[in-house]
Design a protein around this ligand. Sequence first.
Ligand code: ADP
Ligand code: MG
Length: 675
Amino acid sequence: MNLESPLTVLKGVGEKRAKLYQKLGINNIGELLEHYPRGYLDLTGSLSIKEASDEHPCAIKAVVTQKSATRPIRRGLTVTKVRATDMESDILITFWNAKYTVDALEIGKEYIFYGDFSRRFTGGEMNSPTVISTEERGFLPQYPLTEGLSSKMVSAQMKEAIKNCGSFIRETLCGSVLKKYDLCSKEEAIRGIHFPSCSNELERAKKRLIFEEFLAFTLGMSLTKGRERLAEGNAFLNLSTEKFEESLGFELTGAQKRVIAECKKDMCSSVPMSRLIQGDVGSGKTAIAAACMYFAAKNGFQSAMMAPTEVLASQHKATLEKMFAPFGIKVGILTGSMKASEKNAVKEAIKSGEITIVTGTHALIQEDVEFWNLGLIITDEQHRFGVRQRMALGKKGKAPHTIVMSATPIPRTLAFVLYGDLDISILDEMPKNRIPVKTYLVEPELSQRALNFVRNFAKEGKQSYIVCPLIERNEDSLPLEAAADLAEQIAGQELCDCNVGLLHGKMKPAEKERVMQAFAENRLQVLVSTTVIEVGVDVPNAVCMVIENAERFGLSQLHQLRGRVGRGKEQSYCILISGKKNPETKRRLEVIAKTTDGFKVAEEDLKLRGPGDFFGYRQSGLPMLKMADMMTDISLLETAKKAAAEILSDDPKLEKAENAALAKNIRKLLEEAAI
Ligand code: ADP
Ligand code: MG
């Protein structure tokens, strides 16, 4: 067995399981070793009920004394109660939808239960904890998974892989860097990240791996930036955009004017613009994008505006069409769900230059879309896109100017990781007519009242959103209100006199479109949804948002969600429902209730959760960095930047033998990102 061997050499991996690993991008042993845990179950502390903490998840070792029958609560939800004791105190454990897990528990046998713990007078309670064999010790790695794989399986296979191939792991950093920055070897790091024997070893492993990623990333950015600067772009003429700005129907804010000026200045240079515009929800980024596209159009160039969802793309199309109609500038749309014939017609019109401005989803970056004369590319709500997609679109024109717009205020250091290659404009002023959204944090007992609130609004002809975190329940999680169930339930009961619609990620695009359209036209008064509404949707008549299980969302994500209301002239409300008693969780949610300033929210979010979880969505968080999800120490980035500068000053093109392994990794990184 070596690093290139297929996974089928491992015990317990046949063709079928190898396919599952393939889904995670793992094809051989070497790639398996680089599949890092996303977290650990920490079994190193005390395992007694008396000392259990109710502030963070903990492990409790206890003997099962009693099991209730598994009872259905309602469709798709069952509950089983289990009692256990550590001979000193008792715990009552509630399992949701976990018949299989509970059946496997034997009365009289001892287990480790891992999860959130609430202290009660006589002992405590746990909710659907993970059940672990008492033979386990230390830190149990929890891996990013796909359906059909469990952390236990991956962990067993990882053990075997490390045992047989650990010694083949090659060092990738030169000795002097390892020494200067006090880093452990790659082999030690890989062993330590999967199966750390103590927290110190885990920290050293993380430090080494994160450092290496940052270093490769920083070097990669430096090398590309140098290359991009060479690209010859289109220098636009500094034509006036005043007429367009005056036609918008509102006075641009000072910040909007400043940012438009910054963009125009960039576009008048033959060095292609690469600019990030950061502005809170509702700060008016669309108007800036439109002014820039008008500027490009006046200069005789086409613009493309890419949005992460079809809903948003069509909304942009409608907005832009209205804005540009008076100027005779044609706006088109291209999305994946369009009929082939429609698509072809639009593609023809893009190629011939008949359409000047085109919006769309990532269908826009597909190979066969040709532009007549693309001069400006705008990607909206950028954190949903990977660097790869950003780069792919950039290849469509002759070094077109690019603008990236993000509604998540990002602290500077993080902005570098995500957008190291971009200049940054900050939109720090809201249009004057805004009334801040009133936000309340309430216990689940009050959700009836929240629904009454929604019903009263509906009676007045105003609309509401109800947001639920997940569309599916999985065995391991708490009984979250799944959107579909909830929609059905409240449509039949609490809100039977309103029109309730449902929107979730698994629906077909056309279906989503239909629902969104119905909501936009006020044919639906209530929209129950998962987070698909989060990005950019603009329905000014929606004045109320109820968020179920609010603790499941990141602060920045909640802030984004809340940005869907408070867009009109009416006072708007956001009701966060959370039953979590944990003080840390409470504190987090109170931040949202107290402030409507996105930058403040972002800072708090970063402080409380660390940058890895900052965006709330793992898969699209930090595009090229695997380890960054677990990163808690941003200062390491500064150190890596310093090391990168030192390496480059000594070896500007990374040609020396000692940097060969690093150079190879950077090439791979850049290739993956299609830079
Ligand atoms: P976001 O920055 O979240 O993308 P939008 O561009 O969607 O915000 O703008 C939100 C709303 O504010 C839109 O309805 C838009 O027409 C309006 N708007 C934008 N700029 C101004 C302004 N300067 N004054 C008043 N309203 C504005
Ligand atoms: Mg927007």
